[in-house]
Design a protein around this ligand. Structure first.
Ligand SMILES: Nc1ncnc2c1ncn2[C@@H]1O[C@H](COP(=O)(O)OP(=O)(O)OP(=O)(O)O)[C@@H](O)[C@H]1O
Ligand SMILES: [Mg+2]
Length: 264
């Protein structure tokens, strides 16, 4: 494919380094809104459909933090028990063998870290719709300020739309009261989707346009501007054109590709 389309690397791959990304408008807004919790020390909640770029936003925020002020911790697979999660986080603070009460140990270490290293612990939780109820309740406790006015943990959670539904339950009232910033990540708009396609091709080394305007319109129609879906459809279309020895992706190639994808 690389030779056929005169590229340098494969386009539409999922591992573009964060410093090379061009964020969509909604992703930019998510980054700037969520940054407010670093000042207010409230909980941030980022909601978005699968593939809209929540993980990209979290990574961007994490990379943009001023050096030396925060101790950044990540939880990208929060499916386990609360105890498993506390132990995992304690380890990120450099403690290999937490005591039997991992939650208290974590709380103690967060406060110590803040006081002694002078860095504010900041936890980014991805896939937060997988958190268990007891974990959510205890996470809230970790964000409570201490008597000496320290916030043990600033918390930013990203998850799929079911997370907001789930948090509507009155049992999460106390948690919800601590959520200072909520943002719903939207898919890309039509023009952004076109620029996104061009951008991916440009970083793959394309010199000439490969997708026609009509093809791009169809791609937007089929994917509704969801970046992961755009990547999948564009990559499949390139393969389809390669098989038919075409050097342009036009509306016909997109129609054939979507037909193939729906049959597979
Ligand atoms: N601004 C962007 N520039 C380039 N690629 C992007 C951009 N936004 C998203 N992507 C790509 O789109 C795909 C989906 O993004 P991401 O994984 O962040 O979505 P998500 O909302 O976390 O999805 P899920 O809910 O399934 O975890 C990834 O392959 C990512 O690299
Ligand atoms: Mg994700």
């Amino acid at each position: 494919m690389i030779n056929h389309f005169k590229l340098k690397t494969y386009p539409f791959l999922k591992d573009i380094p964060a410093n090379k990304l061009q964020l969509s408008k909604s992703q930019e807004t998510a980054v700037t809104s969520m940054a407010r919790i670093l000042e207010t020390k409230e909980i941030g909640l980022l909601i978005g459909e699968s593939g809209t770029g929540k993980s990209v936003v979290l990574e961007t925020i994490s990379k943009k933090l001023p050096k030396g002020q925060f101790k950044v911790m990540h939880l990208s697979d929060p499916q386990g028990s609360a105890r498993y999660i506390w132990r995992h986080l304690v380890r990120q603070l450099g403690i290999d063998l937490p005591g039997p009460d991992a939650f208290r140990e974590l709380h103690r270490q967060l406060v110590l870290f803040h006081k002694e290293a002078g860095r504010q612990p900041f936890l980014l939780i991805d896939e937060a719709h997988h958190l268990r109820p007891e974990t959510i309740e205890q996470l809230r406790l970790l964000t409570n300020v201490t008597l000496d006015n320290l916030c043990p943990l600033i918390l930013l959670m990203a998850g799929q739309p079911e997370l907001s539904g789930y948090l509507q339950n009155p049992s999460y009232e106390a948690f919800n009261q601590r959520v200072g910033v909520r943002y719903r990540l939207l898919p890309m708009e039509e023009q952004e989707t076109y620029k996104y396609i061009d951008f991916h091709l440009q970083i793959a080394g394309a010199k000439d346009p490969i997708f026609t305007d009509e093809a791009k319109q169809h791609i937007f129609g089929c994917t509704r501007g969801i970046p992961r879906k755009v990547n999948q459809l564009c990559l499949a279309a390139l393969n389809q054109a390669l098989q038919s020895d075409k050097d342009k992706i036009d509306a016909e190639v997109i129609a054939e590709t979507t037909q193939e994808l729906s049959e597979s």
